[in-house]
Design a protein around this ligand. Structure first.
Ligand code: ZN
Length: 128
């Protein structure tokens, strides 16, 4: 059985008093805040060391700017290609088809730019 709330608080407080640093992560087993002592991250409630793994969502968010700028490059290259195709298109049907493709690519580009701005704003908020 897990110790009660008072016991948890008591143990964490005792660890901090003896020089442990409180971490922002919580124990995956009991949800208590983790502490760092002598270079080791521990849950003092479970009384065991905890290995910190960066969560997937966080890792994914860190990748956004790179993924988005790669997407932008690909879309711009495709737009360039399609612009050439459009210039050479004679049949109304072909013009329509190529225009539709360009339209969809522009929508992707716009959403990518919007996302990029969103990520940038969130990063700025994180710093402030
Ligand atoms: Zn724990």
């Amino acid at each position: 059985m897990q110790p009660g709330e008072n016991e948890r608080v008591r143990r964490i407080a005792a660890a901090i008093k003896s020089g442990a640093k409180l971490r922002t992560e919580v124990c995956p087993v009991c949800g208590s805040p983790l502490v760092e002592m002598r270079g080791e991250v521990r849950c003092v409630v479970c009384d065991r060391p905890v290995v910190i793994v960066r969560d997937e969502a966080e890792a994914g968010r860190a990748m956004y700017p790179y993924v988005l700028s790669a997407l932008e490059e690909v879309v711009v290259a495709k737009l360039e290609e399609l612009t050439r195709v459009l210039a050479g298109a004679a049949e109304p049907e072909e013009v329509g088809r190529v225009s539709d493709a360009i339209d969809r690519l522009l929508a992707v580009l716009r959403k990518g730019i919007e996302l990029e701005e969103l990520v940038r704003k969130r990063e700025e908020q994180g710093k402030g």
